[in-house]
Design a protein around this ligand. Structure first.
Ligand SMILES: NC(=O)c1ccc[n+]([C@@H]2O[C@H](COP(=O)([O-])OP(=O)(O)OC[C@H]3O[C@@H](n4cnc5c(N)ncnc54)[C@H](O)[C@@H]3O)[C@@H](O)[C@H]2O)c1
Ligand SMILES: O=C(O)C[C@H](O)C(=O)O
Length: 312
């Protein structure tokens, strides 16, 4: 299997580096538009191989999509990250054009590739890639829910004093402040989280999760990359190994949860064919209302894309 990561910045280079360490691919192609960026980070990752004991070769290229030809999976991380004071939605005008042109190039050389979008605003950039790639929506989806849920699990692990490995959780909705953590579907070693965390603490953790990206942007002046890069790599691994993993993924809905023609974070089964199933939870009325509020916001930003001068 061949995997390409487009964008060799913080997230893309991290994703490629994590894929190299997981050592289940012979080669990863890392592409960037900035001369030398992908080549330098690929070379550095190759020089790390003898130390960290993996065989994966990361090949860096500058804007040469012929080197990405016949990729089975492509991760799109190209685009601007936000700075303090910005929302992810503020990135749409610049990043929509980048994601559109990248998707055109990717699709030209790898028409059958599964596309994982990372660039922000995530839900709408995934929609942009879908419109551009003109392929089944099961092959075009976004990474956000794994990251958001990881933040939620990490905060819970701190509060409980346990390993984050033992926390299972699902988070739905858009990748933004309207995301919908689901305490009812959160367990700690099989124990419902509500038996271990007081309601006020749980609510505080949910609120911190919703702004988890912004918290790091304010600390760093740019957005996170270790967890996002690893999250995207985890999705690639599920596809390449046909693991049938259940993850929250930004997927195209055609009636699920009563929602149509929208990209939104929902639990899916992820395997060799991409999104192999969208799982419909039995949400209660409060959860349904939160999901609908999130969907409404994503739809508003999708409309911005649809009305852009150069729509995808
Ligand atoms: N979905 C998520 O949960 C999530 C998490 C983190 C970051 N992000 C988003 O991912 C994107 C990348 O973040 P980052 O921190 O890696 O930014 P970065 O600035 O470090 O890297 C972006 C890279 O994209 C490259 N690039 C720009 N236009 C390109 C093009 N046309 N073709 C190829 N490469 C191009 C740039 O040269 C740069 O190296 C941002 O939009 C950010 O908001 C999303
Ligand atoms: O917050 C950002 O701008 C980047 C990303 O969406 C994140 O959640 O880390």
């Amino acid at each position: 299997m061949k995997v390409t990561v487009v964008g060799a910045g913080n997230v893309g280079a991290t994703c490629a580096n994590v894929l190299a360490h997981r050592d289940f691919l012979q080669e990863v192609v890392l592409l960037d538009i900035k001369e030398g960026t992908a080549e330098g980070k690929a070379l550095d990752t190759w020089q790390q191989a003898p130390i960290d004991y993996y065989s994966t070769k990361v090949t860096g290229v500058t804007n040469d999509y012929s080197k990405t030809a016949n990729s089975d999976v492509v991760v799109i991380t190209s685009g601007l990250p936000r700075k303090p004071g910005m929302s992810r939605d503020d990135l749409i005008s610049t990043n929509a054009n980048i994601v559109k042109s990248v998707t055109e190039n990717v699709t030209k050389f790898s028409p059958d590739a599964i596309i994982i979008v990372v660039s922000n605003p995530l839900d709408v950039m995934t929609y942009c890639a879908y419109l551009t790639a003109k392929k089944d929506s099961s092959k075009v989806f976004g990474m956000a829910g794994i990251l958001d849920t990881a933040r939620y699990r990490a905060f819970l692990a701190d509060e409980i004093g346990c390993s984050p490995k033992d926390i299972q959780a699902i988070l739905m909705g858009g990748h933004g402040d309207t995301m919908v953590p689901l305490p009812r579907y959160t367990t700690v070693g099989g124990i419902p989280v509500t038996e271990l965390v007081a309601a006020d603490k749980l609510e505080a953790i949910i609120q911190r999760t919703k702004v988890g990206g912004g918290e790091i942007v304010n600390l760093l002046g740019t957005s996170a990359w270790y967890a996002p890069g690893a999250a995207a790599a985890q999705m690639v691994e599920a596809i390449v190994k046909d693991e049938k993993r259940i993850f929250p993924v930004c997927a195209w809905l055609t009636g699920e949860y009563g929602l149509n023609n929208i990209y939104l974070g929902v639990p899916v089964v992820l395997g060799k064919d991409g999104i192999e199933k969208i799982i419909e939870l039995q949400l209660n009325n409060e959860e349904k209302a939160l999901l609908e509020t999130s969907a409404k916001h994503v739809k508003e930003v999708m409309d911005v894309l649809d009305n852009m001068k150069t729509p995808a």
